[in-house]
Write a protein that binds this ligand. Structure first.
Ligand SMILES: Cc1ncc(COP(=O)(O)O)c(C=O)c1O
Length: 392
């Protein structure tokens, strides 16, 4: 069947490729240790599941949900943002519900980008920054995230002609995949740039609660004008299955985004918002989650370092952005890890970064998502330590 030209122009989605690798190992009777896709395997906290179940019954005849989120949900988000970042947001105008962060990222360009205009994305990056732009008829300009700069985007490297036609600047800190936090200077510079050039800074902060020692800031702490934050409970509360998040910030930008969404979906299910309110009311499960990831991070980072790989300990997120030794590249190491004698799945960095002017900033890296259990991480660590094949 003939699909649209736009659809035909897309390559495959990187993580669909990772799923294929896992399937191919399983077909050989091997159960891989899967650090590929960043989908937590721990259960959603019971207080969240209970609130969802109760919500289904309490709302037996509720009809369609609100387009913008129930007022109780937006109030809970505002209260959380106040506690967590000291923000004072008006729930009526400055917060709107989404169907997870991905939905927001994909649809935001429809509110701001005209055909031929630009969004600016970090590179490596979360693919929907580019895909959403493409579906809105726009182009993406990529800014490399280099280890030497602590993975801070270099905003001064945006060419003037691109800047003049840029409508959205995407930032994503804590960063998938690099695990870096944004410096205060970068957030400040980005907020100023957005105001000066009439750009919307969209700060994807869906990993803000997955940190180790330093607590991340929000871009909204540096200004509200022309700034939107995308948030999600997928990672904070193991709620990837629930599809719930929100966009908060500049009221005019929120209003334009709401206009797009009323044409696309009919809101986030209200019983899911009930679950989200319960999740936001509790920090205990979030600190337990952080502790679990810290143990996994330490186990795997130590093994990689013992195996002679450079130290790449992330400051935040549940990703390790591992540089591989000279003489190898991320794809080659990923292949070697897939050998049935090791059976480990990781994502080659080049698959989640874009080649620009002959350079792909992900080539020398592999991404490990710390989703397997602690025991599985310990097994993986042993395999990595014992594997001679991981060297040039
Ligand atoms: C940077 C980034 N943004 C957004 C998302 C999507 O999150 P959600 O599950 O809320 O759609 C992900 C998921 O992995 C991500 O890595």
């Amino acid at each position: 069947m003939k699909g649209s030209t736009r659809l035909a122009s897309l390559g495959s989605y990187a993580f669909a490729e990772v799923d294929n690798l896992v399937a191919s190992l399983r077909s050989q009777g091997i159960e891989p240790i899967d650090f590929g896709v960043g989908d937590p395997v721990d259960p959603t906290p019971s207080l969240v599941r209970s609130a969802c179940k109760a919500g289904v019954d309490e709302r037996a005849a509720a009809g369609y949900p609100s387009y913008v989120g129930a007022s109780e949900y937006r109030d809970a988000v505002a209260a959380w943002a106040q506690r967590r970042f000291g923000l004072s947001l008006d729930p009526a105008t400055e917060i709107t519900s989404t169907i997870g962060a991905k939905e927001a990222v994909f649809h935001l360009p429809l509110a701001f980008v005209n055909p031929g205009e630009y969004t600016v994305s970090p590179n490596p990056y979360y693919p929907p920054y580019e895909r959403g732009t493409l579906f809105a008829g726009g182009h993406t300009h990529f800014l490399p995230l280099d280890e030497e700069r602590g993975y801070q985007a270099d905003l001064s490297a945006i060419p003037d002609d691109v800047l003049a036609r840029t409508r959205i600047l995407w930032l994503n800190y804590p960063s998938n995949p690099t695990g870096a936090l944004a410096s205060k200077a970068l957030y400040k510079e980005a907020v100023d740039l957005a105001v000066d050039h009439d750009i919307i800074l969209v700060s994807d902060e869906c990993y803000s609660e997955m940190y180790y020692d330093v607590v991340p800031h929000s871009a909204l702490e540096y200004g509200y004008e022309n700034v939107l934050v995308v948030q999600s409970l997928s990672k904070r509360s193991n709620m990837t299955n629930y599809r719930v998040g929100w966009v908060m910030g500049d009221r005019d930008a929120v209003s334009l985004f709401r206009k797009v969404k009323t044409n696309i979906d009919s809101g986030t299910p209200t019983f899911v918002q009930d679950a989200a309110i319960a999740a936001l009311s509790d920090e205990r499960h979030v600190s337990d989650m952080r502790e679990g990831y810290r143990r996994k991070r330490d186990i795997l980072c130590r093994a990689l370092s013992d195996a002679g790989y450079p130290e790449c300990v992330p400051e935040a997120t549940f990703y390790i952005w591992q540089r591989v030794p000279e003489g190898l590249d991320g794809v080659e190491v990923a292949k070697r890890l897939l050998d049935p004698s090791i059976g480990i799945v990781a994502t080659p960095g080049a698959w989640i970064a874009k080649e620009v002017d002959g350079h792909n900033p992900g080539t020398q890296y592999l991404r490990f998502a710390l989703v397997p259990s602690i025991d599985a991480c310990a097994q993986a660590a042993e395999k990595i330590r014992g594997a001679d094949s991981l060297h040039p």
